[in-house]
Design a protein around this ligand. Structure first.
Ligand code: PLP
Length: 385
């Protein structure tokens, strides 16, 4: 029997309706969307439809969607594109005149482009988070100066699920004329994400967190925002991302966005109920030997990051083959790997090393939650001697 899948933040299975939508574009409708004949037109229409479906999920205009090869590319495009757009012309500015503000718990898809830009001379300010993983908007205000090009704060964290005060941060960046990027890879389909409510200029989408395939994503780019393209070539994506479109993947992403839009806000409530059922069972059985990481309320409804005190998270999962889940992305201290996100949240060592991320999704059932809880409780109970 396969283990119960509680790792929806790592990736989601394809929704069967996504597969059905994609199939004709893998064989029958093989045209190049740039061709003017009927084969091309069919492919072109499919890409247009997918763009509209994603725009509708985000409350955006379809011309504000740039398709990419995933969430990592979208964030790279946002960060590098914003800095490089400022370097034009003979009398142009140097990279050392650019400044980016990020948080201490960003995904590597944001951190690593910043490290690259730092090597070019760009200044990066990394803001701390509190014990529940939240950035203080006041800290953003203080970090901004006249050279700040962009602020990039993730919408929700992949490990602990904490949601950030993006709206408050947007009010600050807007008043100063500074771009705001948010990585919403983990949020789409779980909570309502509307680019105008949030007030962001740039937003990252990752297909495989949304029941679409891996290797496809998008960057929302507010009308009027200038970005240097990341991939230069022919005029695809209105000159913003060259390369013949991967029509089937885009159709999959569009269909996934449509399903997500139709299932919200009900999906949020369903996920929350499943997650809380799991948490309540674990807490009832383990009492003070288990602690919750992240914000208790301002958190993704599907994410339960808990620490089994007195245990090493990775070892506990090895002893629980009935479930498939994750510990924090590894950063090593001695022989035990620690989560950089929990380190940034100043979690005590015992809490950090005992952490396990349990993330539920569209296909999780109550019966699976009950079995998973029983398996975890069995593995976490002290062994009688
Ligand atoms: C918060 C966040 N941002 C970005 C990414 C990267 O997306 P992709 O895997 O599509 O490149 C991920 C995936 O793990 C993520 O969790």
């Amino acid at each position: 029997m396969k283990p119960i899948y509680l790792d929806y933040n790592a990736t989601t299975p394809l929704d069967p309706a996504v597969v059905v939508a994609m199939l004709p574009y893998l064989h029958e409708h093989f045209g190049n969307p740039s061709s003017s004949h009927i084969y091309g037109q069919t492919a072109h229409d499919a890409v247009d439809r997918a763009r509209q479906q994603l725009a509708d999920l985000l409350g955006a205009q379809s011309d504000e969607i740039v398709f990419t090869g995933g969430g990592t590319e979208a964030s790279n495009q946002a960060l590098k594109g914003a800095v490089f757009a400022k370097l034009h012309g003979f009398f142009g500015r140097w990279a050392r005149d650019a400044h980016i503000v990020i948080s201490a718990i960003e995904h590597p898809a944001t951190v690593q482009p910043c490290k690259f830009l730092e090597r070019l001379g760009c200044r990066i300010t990394t803001l701390p988070v509190d014990g529940q993983g939240r950035v203080d908007p006041d800290a953003v205000k203080k970090a901004i100066d006249r050279r700040t090009t962009l602020v990039s704060i993730m919408h929700s964290n992949n490990e602990v699920g904490t949601l950030q005060p993006i709206r408050e941060i947007a009010a600050i960046t807007k008043a100063r004329g500074i771009l705001l990027h948010t990585d919403a890879a983990q949020s789409l389909g779980k909570v309502t994400v509307n680019v105008n409510d949030l007030g962001v200029d740039l937003l990252t989408v990752a297909g495989h967190k949304l029941y679409a395939p891996k290797g496809v994503g998008a960057l929302y780019v507010r009308r009027g925002v200038q970005l240097e393209p990341f991939i230069h070539g022919a005029g695809h994506e209105a000159g913003r991302r060259a390369g013949t479109e991967n029509v089937a993947l885009l159709v999959g992403l569009g269909q996934a966005a449509e399903i997500a839009r139709q299932s919200l806000p009900g999906a949020t409530e369903r996920l929350r109920q499943l997650r809380d059922r799991l948490w309540n069972k674990l807490r009832e059985a383990l009492g003070k030997r288990i602690v919750l990481n992240g914000h208790p309320e301002l958190r993704l409804p599907n994410t339960l990051n808990v620490s089994f005190l007195g245990h090493i998270g990775a070892e506990l999962l090895q002893r629980t083959p009935a479930i498939a889940a994750s510990t924090g992305s590894a950063c090593h201290e001695g022989h035990v790997s620690l989560s950089p996100v929990l380190c940034a949240m100043k979690a005590e060592r015992e809490v950090n090393q005992g952490a396990v991320r349990l993330s539920v999704g569209r296909f999780t059932t109550e019966a699976e939650i009950d079995q998973a809880a029983a398996a975890l409780i069995g593995a976490a109970r002290p062994v009688a001697v």
